[in-house]
Design a protein around this ligand. Structure first.
Ligand code: ZN
Length: 80
């Protein structure tokens, strides 16, 4: 019997995987067996920052850098 290779996990592996069912699912869903789901509550403060940034740059065209970032590109001149 082989056991899950995730640190701290002692469940048997699922099929030919290196991980148990739970860690195999996490790896498939999130890209890493240690990654847990990110909740809406955890994202809330960042969502507010992004909304403010979008509002502040409402006149910026899609594909153009946001003015508030201060980023300049010689290949894509900014319109003002
Ligand atoms: Zn596991």
């Amino acid at each position: 019997m082989r056991y899950c290779q995730s640190p701290g996990c002692s469940r048997p592996v699922s099929g030919w995987s290196l991980h148990c069912n739970a860690h195999k699912s996490r790896a498939r869903r999130h890209g890493d067996p240690q990654q847990e789901g990110v909740t809406k509550a955890q994202l809330k403060p960042y969502l507010e920052v992004v909304r403010r940034r979008i509002t502040k740059n409402a006149d910026t065209l899609p594909g153009r850098p946001w003015k508030a970032t201060g980023w300049r590109s010689s290949s894509t001149p900014m319109q003002s």
